[in-house]
Design a protein around this ligand. Structure first.
Ligand SMILES: [Zn+2]
Length: 306
């Protein structure tokens, strides 16, 4: 079993390495160990043993609410399992994602088209429904009470997914951004876009990046993976890279090898920026290139037919 690790970030905030795919630094969950304990992200169902072990290691047996940034399986696939394991917990999700947690069949089918049926159970484990009466539907401006005078503030940030939200908390200064900014391996060293179909939308993503930046968070908490305190650089870099990626994919036209072309171009860029081969390998192994290319191509074709 994965050796669980929990990092104390201060201010009663913990970062939990969920050990996704039995590897470190694939998925971070964030726990506010406050009077009303709130966990951000539960991950796929196959990390539940890691997650419960991590929570037990800091003496946490009960959770008031588990909230997901969005319903992609690497963030919310285990929501039904989590609801069963923590029967007092509310399950918080954006209004556009709620019905998919209650009835995951459609979400599962659409993910199967990306990951193939064979890959699904191996990658994520099964997805159980969340009972409807356990759901807490969230949207721009929702407030999640942490107790002790603290709260999580919800922003609606579509662009990566149309059901994406991010959470901010004043005392810690944290903004927990899910996949709306990108991925950053290791430790916020560099931000890479995440552009999956069917929802990726360049101007929406960029607009939300600017809105998040305007809040001037003290640090950004990535789901993949960890925290970085240089928030302005993170938002600027995310925007610049998304623009570059979209321009590159657009320049390929209908090239059927767009995924391979994007991969070699991006990795070549990283090399020319002097990023180490180990780091480049980390990004490469954590990127599903066909998904990235298809998401951008889909958005370009929607834009051009609009
Ligand atoms: Zn993700």
């Amino acid at each position: 079993m994965f050796d669980v690790s929990v990092t104390d970030l201060g201010d009663s905030l913990y970062m939990i390495d969920a050990g996704m795919h039995d590897e470190p630094e694939r998925l971070a969950c964030y726990l506010f160990d406050t009077p009303n304990r709130v966990l951000i992200e539960c991950g796929p169902s196959n990390v539940m043993p890691n997650l419960t072990a991590a929570l037990a290691s800091i003496g946490v047996e009960e959770i008031a609410a588990m909230v997901v940034t969005h319903i992609h399986l690497d963030h919310a696939g285990g929501a039904g399992h989590f609801a069963a394991r923590f029967p007092e917990a509310e399950i918080g999700v954006h209004t556009a994602g709620a019905r998919h947690l209650v009835d995951p069949a459609r979400l599962w089918d659409s993910a199967e088209r990306i990951y193939t049926p064979a890959g699904m159970l191996a990658l994520w484990g099964p997805m159980d429904p969340v009972p409807e009466d356990r759901l807490r539907v969230l949207d721009e401006g929702s407030i999640i009470d942490l107790g002790g005078g603290r709260s999580l503030d919800v922003m609606y940030t579509p662009g990566h997914a149309k059901h994406h939200i991010v959470f901010s908390e004043e005392r810690s200064g944290g903004m927990f951004v899910g996949d709306s900014v990108g991925i950053a391996f290791p430790h916020g060293h560099m931000v890479q876009p995440v552009t999956p179909p069917p929802d990726f939308d360049q101007p929406l993503v960029v607009g939300q990046l600017r809105r998040m930046a305007a809040r001037q968070p003290g640090f950004v908490g990535f789901a993949h993976y960890g925290i970085t305190e240089d928030a302005p650089r993170v938002f600027d870099e995310a925007e610049a890279r998304i623009d570059e990626w979209v321009a590159f994919v657009e320049s390929l036209g209908d090239d059927p090898d767009a995924a391979d072309q994007l991969r070699s171009w991006v990795l070549g860029q990283y090399r020319s920026e002097g990023i180490s081969e180990d780091d480049i390998d980390q990004y490469d192994r954590n990127t599903f290139w066909p998904m990235q290319a298809t998401g951008i191509q889909r958005w370009l074709s929607l834009r051009d037919t609009a």
